[in-house]
Design a protein around this ligand. Structure first.
Ligand SMILES: NC(=O)c1ccc[n+]([C@@H]2O[C@H](COP(=O)([O-])OP(=O)(O)OC[C@H]3O[C@@H](n4cnc5c(N)ncnc54)[C@H](O)[C@@H]3O)[C@@H](O)[C@H]2O)c1
Ligand SMILES: [Zn+2]
Length: 362
């Protein structure tokens, strides 16, 4: 088991990572004194699969609970659903000290965190991430949000959880495509911050894909530590430091949007975005060692993530690119590589260079 602290003054919290640790949740709740009644937001599958362990962990510590099941899709991240859940929460919250538990992937985590941030001007919440993406990324850092029809994550708040409990055993039911989507973020962390982690992935990706517990625990711990450090330095994304986590994301989002969020999931799209960003880095002579792009491409190929764009046009990607909210005024802003483990944020990359790098992915 590994404990990583996210040090944010009075908002400091722990990320606890380990195998089969969900059963010990009750004692953490007692230790943190966050309440006596858990409102658990999750979906039907996860309740069926892991609900019993969670219930017994809460019963052991005499914590009452209620499950609220939400539909399994990005569409659940809506202000309308959030408002319905809050009405239900008011009914549950009679003379109780209520806190919220998010048991799920990033969708459940973002929605539950958002509700926790506004209900009674903020109640405590715990993240129990169940996807690799949520364990290495979305459960950490307190970005909570819902979407509107026009834009993703447009309504939200920075609101930190009181605990993140990453139980590796919950990943056992994850399908390979979801596991790979999380692995894309892991490759991102390695590329921007940790070349040793990159070498580890080159050697151990098969173990990770076969869900070997030790290797999963290792990558979740390493990535959580990287994210925790970045969040500590720039909690509310004001100093530009958190921007480095967007490596591969600007063009990745454009690809995701151009495919109508259908053909490519987030992880697959940012994989392509990372390859394009690395290629642009070489073209701008920022990345001197061109073999690094080859290493990234080889790793991505070996884990079964896409290295070529299929089924969408170059034009539609460029069009989506210009709608990206990360644009500063009329200038684009890209996170580029200087080396493996080192990045630089560059504004105003010429469109011609972006196009050239994009073309190579077709
Ligand atoms: N807050 C942040 O900092 C942050 C960062 C990155 C992404 N996000 C958000 O996260 C969301 C994506 O998260 P995600 O990739 O976890 O997607 P998700 O929550 O939609 O989960 C993906 C799928 O996996 C299923 N699933 C979850 N856990 C499972 C398990 N243990 N076994 C089997 N199936 C399981 C879900 O039901 C769903 O069908 C997006 O909405 C994105 O905006 C937020
Ligand atoms: Zn991402």
């Amino acid at each position: 088991m590994k404990i990583i602290k996210v040090k944010l003054g009075e908002r400091t919290y722990e990320i606890i990572i380990g195998n089969r640790i969900l059963g010990g949740l009750g004692k953490h709740i007692q230790r943190l004194k966050i309440g006596d009644s858990a409102y658990i937001i999750t979906n039907a599958f996860l309740k069926r699969k892991y609900g019993k362990i969670l219930i017994s962990a809460l019963n052991k510590n005499k914590i009452s609970y209620k499950f609220r099941l939400i539909p399994d899709s990005e569409r659940s991240k809506s202000i309308i659903l959030a408002s319905c859940i809050i009405q239900d929460l008011v009914g549950f919250d009679k003379n109780k000290r209520v806190f919220i538990i998010a048991l799920g992937g990033g969708v459940v985590g973002d929605l539950a965190g958002f509700i926790a941030s506004i209900y009674k001007r903020g109640v405590p919440y715990i993240q129990i991430p169940t996807t690799l993406l949520a364990q290495v990324d979305s459960s950490i850092g307190g970005k909570t949000a819902v979407d509107t029809q026009e834009a993703k994550n447009i309504i939200g708040a920075f609101y930190q959880p009181r605990l993140v409990l990453s139980d590796i055993s919950l990943l056992s039911s994850l399908n390979l495509r979801q596991l790979r989507a999380g692995l894309a973020e892991v490759i991102k962390y390695a590329a921007i911050e940790n070349r040793q982690l990159f070498s580890y992935l080159e050697k151990n990706h098969q173990k990770i894909l076969s869900k070997e517990k030790k290797s999963l625990e290792f990558i979740v711990s390493r990535c959580s530590a990287i994210k925790a450090k970045v969040v500590e330095k720039d909690e509310k994304e004001k100093k530009g430091l958190r921007t480095i986590l967007n490596f591969g994301h600007t063009l990745g989002h454009a690809i995701e949007a151009a495919s109508n969020y259908k053909k490519y999931n987030h992880g697959e799209a940012i994989t392509l975005g990372m390859l394009i960003a690395a290629d642009i880095s070489i073209r701008l002579k920022l990345l001197k060692d061109s073999r690094i792009l080859g290493r990234i491409e080889k790793l991505i190929f070996k884990v079964g993530l896409p290295i070529k764009i299929k089924g969408i046009s170059l034009r539609s990607i460029i069009k989506s690119h210009y709608h990206d909210k990360k644009f500063r005024g009329t200038k684009n802003r890209l996170v580029l590589l200087k080396d493996l483990g080192k990045v630089k944020v560059v504004t105003g990359v010429p469109l011609e260079i972006i196009k050239e790098a994009l073309k190579k992915r077709f």
